[in-house]
Design a protein around this ligand. Sequence first.
Ligand code: GRF
Length: 212
Amino acid sequence: MVAAPPEHPTPARVVVLVSGSGTNLQALLDAVAERGPAYGVQIVAVGADRPGIEGLRRAERAGLPTFVHRVRDYDERPDWDLALAESVAAFDPELVVSAGFMKIVGADFLAKFGGRFVNTHPALLPSFPGAHGVRDALAHGVKVTGCTVHFVDDGVDSGPIIAQEPVEVLPGDDEATLHERIKDAERRLLVEVVGRLARDGYRIEGRKVLIP
Ligand code: GRF
């Protein structure tokens, strides 16, 4: 009797990093809960750079282990980076997802997770990188902005782009209204991209990301 191949291979282990409200994390948690093994993802832990945020409470409500590393608790930034990398590595993830994680990781983290560390950014990169992408796009007067899911490299929001979605700027938009509309698109795009990377695998060739 030859065992039938599993209908769904073991879901990919994913660690998610957050710094704030965690609505992108919640979208991933909901996708795992609603789609089950067919989605191909299991979130195994959630990490943050600060305590007491809603993103960590969302993880706790989902019964997930969490960890926090505050930069100011370390003498040197590389010590923080290594501690974060070791906490993530302890969960043996295949993918790490920055879902609103507001710190730039360093050499140790990228040595371990470069090429499998994904970030979502609320602008159409390479336009408006950095911590104020929505504000900067609005100030520039763009008519269309959007969100980008990309692999993290050693720059700021500069890694190979996986997917993007446009979002129109509406008359009367302020940073909050525009960002919330972008986050609607982000949450859908991140859930789709993380699922595809987990299920189908991918190749990174220079600046191009190929998903079969
Ligand atoms: C997202 O728009 C993300 O792109 C940006 O910060 C926001 C985080 O939102 N870096 P949330 O914490 O997932 O609700």
